[in-house]
Design a protein around this ligand. Structure first.
Ligand SMILES: *Cc1c(COP(=O)(O)O)cnc(C)c1O
Ligand code: SF4
Length: 360
């Protein structure tokens, strides 16, 4: 049974978003059990904004459950010793504002800092709820850079959540990118179908369908997120030929268990979402309490193999600190550091053969 049930079937996505819980007082009102010591949630939310929209709030069944952990501020966020704000040095690989160019053939275009919920585990916590949406002049700079860089074949809209942009702005961005001759495909990274499925309206789907081939990767982290509303949103997108994938983040207390992962991946396959990545959590400041040992991820991968269709098995990857890019995590690629590293670490080679230390 849901403990919070003011989910209004007829509310528009804007109304739902406007009803979000953003303060400790509101949280205490709707979820009395979530109360940490007075003032604790408020001080966390001051540093890292809170937003829990009523739809996602309604999925919380019990204190500290896998949905609650993803969105309710935790005092541990302020105790992140050892962690850094931007371990992947994204801000150093940014040739123009709002663009990250790490791999030769594809770029990330950060179009907004706004999201339908603020995930406590966000790897871009430094931007979430802080950065504003891009303006036309920002788009111009990015488009110019991509235009003069013919190696770029794919542009990934990310953020923040691109699907919270105003329709006209999203359309302008997609049209401009589509108009660049060497850009072969577009991709969108979003949590909207999972955390605010009401936003996937017929009007939005009609807009997106014009930009084929369009790939949409959604972050689903737990089987409870696949509600009838979320399933319907995925169906609407898949029905017009948008290719759906899931980028799941491995999170302590949310999904760090093979049975939960099998359930999640099976449910995703049922709604035409192909598991793409299982991300090892990045050592980002404010998220360290979500981290699990690499062995946990490897055990989960072993638990998936053989138990579900190969189509349901994501690639287990980690992002190398210092902007080395993503690497597959497997027993074969990782060795314990021989003592040369600054601390206990794995030594991992990336796609160019360069070695990186990964702190354990
Ligand atoms: C993850 C990422 C991409 C996309 O990588 P894929 O492996 O193609 O999904 C592109 N640029 C940056 C900076 C990234 O972090
Ligand atoms: S929706 Fe994505 S960008 Fe936004 S807070 Fe969650 S993980 Fe971060």
């Amino acid at each position: 049974m849901r403990i919070y049930s003011t989910r209004d079937e007829n509310a528009s996505w804007r109304q739902i978003l406007a009803g979000s819980v953003i303060s400790e007082e509101q949280l205490n009102k709707y979820l009395p059990f979530a109360r940490a010591s007075a003032g604790e949630i408020a001080s966390v939310a001051k540093q890292y904004p809170m937003r829990i929209n009523p739809y996602f709030l309604s999925l919380i069944k019990a204190p500290g459950d896998p949905i609650a952990r993803q969105v309710i501020p935790d005092p541990l966020e302020l105790a992140g010793c050892g962690a850094i704000e931007d371990p992947l040095t994204e801000d150093l690989q940014s040739p123009v504002d709002n663009l990250i160019h790490r791999y030769p053939d594809r770029v990330l275009f950060l179009v907004s800092g706004q999201c339908a919920v603020y995930c406590r585990h966000c790897m871009r916590k430094r931007n979430a709820g802080v950065k504003h949406s891009v303006h036309s002049s920002d788009i111009e700079g990015v488009v110019k850079y991509i235009r003069r860089t013919p190696a770029i074949k794919e542009v990934i809209l990310s953020g923040g959540d691109p699907l919270l942009l105003k329709k006209a702005l999203l359309e302008e961005i997609l049209l401009q990118l589509k108009g660049i001759q060497h850009v072969q495909r577009l991709r969108i990274h979003t949590r909207v179908p999972c955390v605010l499925p009401q936003r996937i309206t017929a009007e939005l789907v009609d807009l997106l369908r014009r930009f084929s081939p369009l790939y949409l990767n959604i972050q689903f982290n737990h089987p409870d997120e696949l509600t009838p509303e979320a399933i319907r949103a995925c169906e609407m997108l898949a029905n017009v030929g948008i290719v759906l994938g899931s980028q799941t983040v491995l999170l302590k207390g949310v999904n760090d268990n093979p049975d939960i992962m099998v359930d999640l991946m099976e449910k995703l396959l049922c709604c035409r979402v192909r598991p793409y990545y299982l991300h090892h959590p990045d050592p980002v400041r404010g998220t360290m309490h979500f981290r699990v040992p690499v062995e946990t991820g490897l055990d989960i991968m072993k638990g998936l193999r053989g138990r579900i269709s190969g189509m349901g098995i994501p690639q287990y990857v980690m992002d190398l600190p210092g902007g080395g890019g993503k690497v597959l995590v497997s027993d074969a690629y990782t060795t314990k550091s021989p003592g040369k590293a600054p601390c206990k670490a794995l030594v991992i080679k990336n796609y160019t053969g360069k070695s990186f230390y990964y702190p354990l």
